[in-house]
Design a protein. Structure first.
Length: 125
């Protein structure tokens, strides 16, 4: 296996893990409890992140990398903003948990690794 393939698998693993952790936060939906907007966001975003392994592994092209990076940045920014007191989304600061920090670490890894893939692909052209 060459370095490009290893990088693609590691990049895919980072978004897959972040996606699974986001989906894991939606257990209220499975329990039949009240569903919040955050549950819907985590479910849809988590599914998108898990799906994103396909364009990375199949090398669908730079547009898919840019969309994945942009979507992940939006997810990180939403998390960061909702941690601020009196924020415009929830009106209060949310907790900072180990699980949330773990998700952020995998998302940041995805952005960095995807960027490396884009840069290395540009050099080959």
């Amino acid at each position: 296996m060459n370095n490009a393939a290893i990088l693609a698998y590691v990049t895919s693993a980072s978004t897959f893990i972040a996606g699974v952790l986001h989906i894991n936060k939606t257990t209220d939906i499975l329990k039949g409890e009240s569903v919040s907007n955050a549950d819907v966001l985590f479910l849809i975003g988590g599914i998108a992140q898990v799906f994103w392994i396909v364009p990375i592994i199949k090398k669908w092209g730079k547009t898919w990398y840019f969309i994945g990076i942009a979507g992940t940045i939006v997810f990180i920014l939403l998390w960061a903003v909702t941690r601020l007191p009196d924020n415009p989304i929830t009106g209060r600061s949310g907790p900072i948990s180990v699980e949330a920090l773990t998700i952020q670490a995998f998302q940041i890894a995805f952005i960095i690794l995807s960027s490396i893939m884009l840069i290395s692909n540009q050099r080959k052209i």
